[in-house]
Write a protein that binds this ligand. Structure first.
Ligand code: ATP
Ligand code: FE
Length: 354
């Protein structure tokens, strides 16, 4: 099977070609065009600008993905596209592009949940078997998913407010570090003392796998203001703030992951696997903490390469392949959905962790 995938749910325009079968697939091409500069001046993604940029760039991304893969559009078996959740204008741009290609070629159209794309990536990169535990941790999401099949996700918990990536980005803004915040806070933290300042570990005292990160930035703001003299922050103070802030996130994620693992291991999986995805999975301190936790629990730890951890279309093509393989597809009435919880048991308003 060879699938073309299209992604446009946030601020990355992507097109990719993936070939093979579920559990044994490989990426022939993956084109991602970020929109960082377009939104930089506004301090966040502007939905209208994003939708327009996607619409302008999709054709080119698709052409490039096909060319790099060395195939023609008529050679693909199906066209997969992110149908949500995400910024609705962007999702619509992608869905309309995919519908056009499907109508022109007569190929099946397959709508994919963006979160399913992230959650199934370990099967593309590492041939991981079901069931596995997924920690999806990015700029917009933070949730634990028990993945029992390509369409069987149970949400064990997640953030009740901000996602960690968002927290890192806000922290960087408060400390005048460059965006995206995660890498710059992590770099600063290396020179800092994580024990000097103790930031809150929200919800650790409560049972379950839910997390909260919004209180952290308030604590950071207060600590920063106490350290500032003449509106300036000493280098070491800034490094210590970053180290303490990161330590709070690492420790919270570690403890909640421990609890999620406990639930997952009750299923007695033959080969227990914890997988992470999302941009925050790039964080070295988080990776080390999760690896240690897995070592203690006889669980394999896996993280896709960074390019497939952040938003991309290869994961969409792959998730589409999983659907196509069981004979599923959508009609021309496929709609774009701003909200679309993966876990059908989860209430829609709580589903995304946004
Ligand atoms: P989503 O995919 O949920 O819609 P997004 O597109 O913002 O959200 P990603 O592209 O997966 O998310 O990841 C970007 C986020 O990852 C940013 O918030 C960034 O700060 C964070 N990030 C990247 N590298 C690191 C790192 N080394 N440490 C911590 N966070 C990081
Ligand atoms: Fe994403």
């Amino acid at each position: 099977l060879t699938l073309l995938g299209i992604e446009s749910s946030c601020d990355d325009t992507g097109a990719a070609v993936v070939t093979g079968t579920p559990g044994e697939a490989r990426v022939l091409s993956s084109v991602v065009q970020g929109q960082g500069q377009l939104h930089a001046a506004f301090g966040g993604v502007v939905p209208e600008i994003a939708a327009r940029a996607h619409a302008e760039r999709l054709d080119h991304c698709v052409a490039e993905a096909l060319e790099t893969a060395g195939i023609a559009l008529r050679d693909v078996d199906a066209i997969a596209v992110t149908a949500g959740p995400g910024l609705i204008g962007g999702v619509l741009s992608g869905v309309m592009c995919a519908k056009g290609l499907a109508a022109a070629t007569g190929k099946p159209l397959i709508g994919v949940n963006h979160l399913a794309g992230h959650a199934l990536t370990p099967r593309l990169t590492d041939a991981v078997a079901f069931p596995y535990l997924m920690l999806l941790v990015s700029g917009g999401h933070c949730q634990f998913l028990l993945v029992r099949g390509p369409d069987d996700f149970t949400r064990l918990g997640g953030t009740i407010d901000d996602a960690p990536g968002e927290a890192f980005d806000k922290a960087a803004r408060l400390l005048a570090l460059s965006q995206p915040g995660g890498p710059s806070v992590e770099a600063e933290a290396r020179a800092g003392d994580p024990a000097r300042l103790r930031f809150p570990r929200p919800l650790l005292d409560r049972p379950g796998c839910d997390l909260s990160f919004s209180g952290l930035k308030t604590a950071l703001l207060r600590a920063r203001d106490e350290m500032m003299t003449d509106n300036a922050l000493h280098r070491q103070d800034r490094a210590d703030l970053c180290a303490g802030f990161q330590a709070a996130i690492v420790e919270t994620l570690r403890e909640k992951t421990r609890r999620a693992l406990e639930i997952y291991l009750q299923d007695a999986p033959a080969v227990p696997v914890l997988a992470v995805a999302g941009g925050v999975a790039a964080n070295g301190a988080i990776r080390v903490a999760l690896q240690e936790l897995c070592d203690q629990n006889g669980t394999r730890f896996t993280a896709p390469p960074l390019a497939l951890c952040t938003d991309n279309a290869a994961m969409i093509a792959y998730a589409g392949m999983e659907r196509h393989a069981v004979g599923e597809s959508d009609g021309m009435d496929l709609s774009a959905r701003p909200r679309w919880p993966l876990d059908r048991r989860a209430p829609a308003m709580l589903g995304s962790g946004k």
